[in-house]
Every structure is written in C-alpha cells, then in structure tokens.
Design a protein around this ligand. Structure first.
Ligand code: AMP
Ligand code: MG
Length: 473
C-alpha cells in the first residue's frame, strides 16, 4: 500500500486543455469521514490509514502533483438542448495509475463552485451524497457497470434546498467521466472533437485502434449503452435523470440522483418526482437510451467520413445496432433470471406474462424473482403461469440444485431500496453514520443469503410514508 505521494499519476485527460478549466475546490469546513471505502482504496493501492486523505477528499488540500480541473460539456436535459453545462460542482483531483496498470480518475462531487456552476452553490447535500455513495457500490456488487465511490465526507456547512440541509462530498472513481454531452459540446469543432475521441479510444478502447477506429468505437458505445439499459431493467432499476450529460461514454451508470430500485413492479414507474411527464419511466429507459445514442451520433458523425452524406449513412447503420444489441441482451438476462440456460421459443412470452402478473398483483419485483428459485413458492402466483413455468423448467437439462444456484447469482436478495437509504440518511443527519456501514456491508454481497439481515430484504411496510425523491440534491 502506498502513500498518496507515491501513487503514479497520469495526465492524459488534463492534457486535453480545451475540455476543462483549472479550478480549485472550496475547502469544506470541519470535515468528517462519514464512510471510507477501504476495499476500493486497497484496490487502487492507496494506504487507507493516511490522515492526509481526509484533507484531500474534503477538498482542503490538493493531491500531491495534480492540479484540479473541472470539465465542460453540454447536454439534452429532459429532451431540451442546453448548450453549456459542465462540472458545476465537481473537481477532478487526480488521474492515477494503479499497480496493475489500470488508470482511474478521482473526482470530488459537491466540492464548491466552478466556472460551470451557472449561479448554483456548487455543493451537494448529505442526503443525496449518501444515496450516490451507497448506490454506486451496490450496483458494482450487483455486476452493473458503474462509477464507484471512494469516500463520503460530511460537514456542518449549511446548504439551502427545499429545507436547510448540510454539505457533503463524495469522491467518485471511474476510468473516465467523459459523457455523451462532452461530444455534443464540441460537435462543431472537428479538431477538439477528434482529439477527445482519440483520447477516449486510446485510453479506454485501445483494442479498437486502427483505420476504422471511430466507427468501431461508436458501435461499441452504442452496444454498451444498449446492454446497460437491459441490465438496469433486469435489476428493477430506474435511473431517474437520463439526460445526455448523465450518459457515460464507457457505458457506465453515472450521476446517481433521484434513482430508485422498484419495490412493487410497474412498467410506468417514475422514480423522480420532478419528472412530471414520466419521460424517464422504468419502461421507457431502452427508448431513451436509443434517443441519447442518436444525439451522440448526431454530434460525432463528422468523424466517420470527410463526406457528410457518407458519415451520416455510416452513423445510421451504427444506430441500428442498438435495437438488436438491446433485444439480445434483454432476452438473455430475463431468461437467465427465470433459470433457463438457453433461450427457447416462447421464453420471451413467459417473461412478459410474469412481469404482467407482478404488475397486476402488485408484487415486489426483487423478492418475486428471488423466490422463483424456491420450488415450494407459489404465494401470489397465477396457477396457469406457474404450471407453464414448471413445464419449461422441467425441459432444462441442468440439475435442479445447479439451476437454483445460477438463479440466485442473477436474482439479488438485497438491493438499495429507497426506505433503506432513507433509514441511513435519517441516522446520519443526526450524526450517526453506522447504518451507512451496515448497508455497505450487506449490499456488497447482494446475491448471498444473509440470515442475520433478513429484514433488509423485505419491501417497505405499507404503513411507511411513500418516499419522494426529486432532482434536488
Ligand atoms: P445533475 O442533474 O446533477 O446531473 O446536474 C445537472 C447540471 O447542473 C450539471 O452540470 C451539474 O454540475 C449542475 N449542478 C447541479 N447541482 C449543482 C449545484 N448545487 N451547484 C452547481 N452546479 C450544479
Ligand atoms: Mg449530471
């Protein structure tokens, strides 16, 4: 394990001068480490025991040898074009090379105003920071591509939202924080657009270097995005703010705000109370992913050919790849959840009927899928569906115990339900961070039976008030 000043640094993103501005975090007063992700620190080769980490991760001191930057990007927010957004409250504080040669970037979120703050305060509240911290690590453990979180630092600094709250900073970790919106911002500037694409390809898609690299790269981004949408749906996850500035060029889940894992299943579930029209409803996510991909291709097709018409033609071919990639992946994931080793005719219908059943009977999504692996389980189930399902299962060549263990490795027992996050938030707001650690532990093994934590697998009781999450963060 290394001291921070012994960690190897990189500067590949910092060298793309047009993409960011040099700017320092605003120091956070009286910082306290509410949670530190020791396993992630160790993965990066960082000695977790250093006192200097609290100073760095609260924005009170720079990472030795790296000058902080905030990045510029644009985006489509709820379908409307915004020509300039950017890191309004985030600072990249290091690009590091891990011992295994992998390179990751560290970014503080909630670390004060930047040139891209657009009049806002540059801060993040403890409530939303806890949600981002817990959910990114929960998603990672579920096997969903995501940015990660290294630390959660809190402070008594007051922050005004609908009510007065207090400030916090999470340190996010990702191979890259480049978004679709970066390419939209530089769309008209062929030179910077090319330099940014070259950087992304050489740092993150090195296997695609070659004469056709832009086409291969865009095809892979399209495929990763399609697969991510399928994965989100298969976990009952709603992102909540699928703006193009919140879409990662690596196909990672990024910018956790008013997200939600569904309890009761509803295709039209909208997790974000600021999303009045339901644009980002659970069932709409695949179409929105496609819409966002079209924005990315619109912004980048000039890279594909000197000839505009030819470039547009190539982009439209790449665009078509989304639907097939999504359908294939979705069917693979859903049939896997039902316990089938391969897809057969009629499987898609069986999945569809199961989801309709969950919706009509108001059943819990996570629990119902988990229970499918229990042969004796019939609670709430429709007899016809169940007998069709059992007949299909009987046709599987796999041993029953193997099938059950495979199902349990794709149907999680534990997800970050809103009421669980809320419990940790309420305790933390009164100064007790223990529930954050408890949830981190449980959610790091989402597929394991944890008899001592059974109540964390339960849906919220019906007498709990509904929890509303909005864009306010
Ligand atoms: P989000 O909805 O969190 O993805 O944010 C959309 C845009 O608003 C991004 O450019 C953010 O950096 C910016 N933003 C959100 N909240 C704040 C804040 N409190 N201060 C400054 N910028 C913010
Ligand atoms: Mg964002």
């Amino acid at each position: 394990m290394n001291n921070v000043d012994e960690i190897r640094l990189d500067s590949r993103f910092a060298e793309l001068k047009s993409c960011h501005t040099r700017t320092d975090p605003d120091p956070l007063p009286e910082p306290e480490m509410a949670h530190f992700n020791v396993p992630l620190a160790k993965e990066m080769g960082i000695d977790p025991e250093q006192e200097i980490l609290l100073e760095i991760l609260s924005g009170n001191r720079p990472w030795p040898g790296y000058a902080p930057i905030s990045s510029v990007y644009a985006g489509h927010q709820f379908g409307s074009w915004v020509s300039r957004l950017g890191d309004g409250r985030a600072h990249m504080i290091a690009e590091i090379v891990r011992a295994d040669g992998k390179r990751v970037e560290l970014q503080l979120k909630g670390s004060g105003r930047t040139p891209y703050s657009r009049g806002a305060d540059g801060r993040a509240v403890l409530r939303s920071s806890i949600r981002e911290y817990l959910c990114s690590e929960a998603m990672h453990a579920l096997g969903v591509p995501t940015t990660r979180c290294l630390s959660l630092v809190s402070s008594p600094l007051p922050v005004a939202r609908e009510r007065m709250e207090t400030a916090a900073i999470v340190c996010r970790v990702s191979p890259s924080f480049v978004r679709f919106g970066h390419f939209e911002y530089f769309s008209g500037d062929r030179e910077v657009l090319g330099a940014l694409a070259d950087h992304v390809i050489s740092a993150h898609f090195p296997h695609l270097e070659g004469p056709e690299k832009y086409a291969s790269w865009l095809s892979e981004v399209v495929e990763r995005t399609a697969k991510l949408m399928a994965k989100w749906q298969s976990m009952g996850f709603c992102h909540g703010v699928m703006n193009t500035d919140n879409f990662s060029i690596l196909g990672l889940t990024i910018d956790y705000g008013p997200f939600g894992f569904m309890d009761v299943f509803r295709q039209h579930h909208v997790c974000n109370h600021s999303d009045y029209e339901g644009r980002y409803a659970y069932g709409a996510q695949p179409d929105i992913g496609l819409w966002n991909v079209s924005c990315l291709l619109q912004a980048t097709y000039s890279l594909l050919s000197e000839n505009d018409e030819e470039g547009a033609q190539m982009a439209s071919e790449i665009y078509k790849g989304y639907v097939s990639a999504f359908s294939r992946e979705a069917l693979r994931l859903w049939t896997g959840k039902l316990g089938f080793a391969e897809v057969r005719e009629g499987d898609a219908a069986l999945v569809g009927r199961f989801l309709t059943l969950l919706q009509n009977k108001r059943l819990d999504f996570t629990k119902s899928f988990r229970n499918l692996a229990r042969p004796e389980w019939v609670e709430g189930m429709d007899e016809t569906w169940l007998s069709d399902y059992r007949a299909r299962t009987a046709a599987e060549a796999m041993e029953e115990c193997l099938r059950i263990s495979k199902m349990n490795s794709v149907n999680p027992k534990y997800v970050l339900r809103n009421h669980l996050a809320q419990g940790a938030i309420e305790k933390a707001e009164s100064g007790d961070y223990s529930e954050i650690g408890k949830l981190m532990q449980i959610l790091s093994r989402p597929y394991d039976e944890q008899p001592e934590n059974e109540r964390y697998a339960e849906p919220p009781s019906s007498d709990l008030p509904a929890i509303e999450v909005s864009c306010s963060s």
